[in-house]
Ligand binder design. Sequence first.
Ligand code: PSV
Ligand code: MN
Ligand code: MN
Length: 429
Amino acid sequence: MKTIDPSLIAAQNDKLARHVHHDYEHLGEQLARRNIDIETVRARVAAFGVAIPSWGVGTGGTRFARFPGQGEPRHVFDKLQDCAVIQQLGRATPTVSLHIPWDRCSDWSELRQAAEAGGLAFDAMNSNTFSDQPGQPLSYKFGSLTHVDAAVREQAVAHNLECIAIGRKLGSKALTVWIGDGSNFPGQQHFRRAFDRYLDSTRQIYAGLPGDWRMFLEHKICEPAFYATVIQDWGSSFLAASALGPQAQCLVDLGHHAPNVNIELIVARLIAAGKLAGFHFNDSKYGDDDLDAGSVSPYRLFLVFNELIAAEHEQATGFDPAYMLDQSHNVTDPIESLISSAAQVQRTCAQALLVDRAALDAAQHANDALTATGLLQKAFQTDVTPLLQRVRLDAGGAIDPIATYRASGYRQRVAEERPAVKGGSGGIV
Ligand code: PSV
Ligand code: MN
Ligand code: MN
């Protein structure tokens, strides 16, 4: 697999390594004064990984237009190669999450071998019953798993079962189900019956899950259905996951909530119920904007991680969240966005590990709100950059992954092999 020459990474690192060791030592001293052992934090951060969505390495777009970049991946093997570069430099993204049928392949064992060669494994499989594919007999225009026509539901169930079958060949252990089903007009859909049909369809998928798999139910408040969505929030998701059984859990995409919703509180509730599947990380200002994780509201991301690290610290039962990025890169090189977003999520995990949990407990018991919130801010305001750099360096990655990526000329190189793609006007004219 044609990734980046390791000697280039080493040469770039050589220029910075001395500073990193010095800064790391200094951070270690600062943390020691707070009774935090930097080595313990480093080991935990080194073990942290977030999956790359295969669709994230292509340039995204909006309903209005898409402006493809140079060297867009042509197929799933190109996508894997880009993911391998992201992991080679950033060392925070050891897995890839596929979307079927966007990721077509005639030989899944060859794909698995390619992934292994690129130092990657496969995360959750994503099914797609929110758009019609060429040659598909029945349309999802009016829904899929909840469609009024049993034949459409059967087709959607069969597709999900096929995703499980493909995932088994790849070593995946989870299926993520997100549907766009819902309605655009009041009265268009019988709410309760649509939800019953969802349960009926997902039960059939659940019955096909291998014993060591999980099923992630992803909710979303709106879009493409703009009046009502069948699985619109964590309440519907939780009802469905509870009805299905212990292998079904609720997935939280940070962009899928009503404005001003307290996402960290939802996360806490799902953890308490043993139903937190994991995350699709991204950031947003207005809706499902799919902006880069932590680029708009880093403190919100921190507050989510504060719940996660607290759960880990308290050894909450059944707590094993899966992490993935789910972003649309419209104006950046997707490889750069994914490297920096993964580092941002990793940074936030490190910051949350710095919260003094005993002091927080004490402040909460004493109803000392200012001290409690100050403890969170203190952790969030700590610059953990040297720690992240050290984690990357130790793992063979790049101290400054974006600079190294740019110096490598990877994008220009792949642009020579991969034909230029024309832009499009999107779905609106
Ligand atoms: C839907 O908006 C979503 O977040 C789901 O995860 C889909 O699988 C993904 O986006 C597709 O881009
Ligand atoms: Mn998502
Ligand atoms: Mn989304």
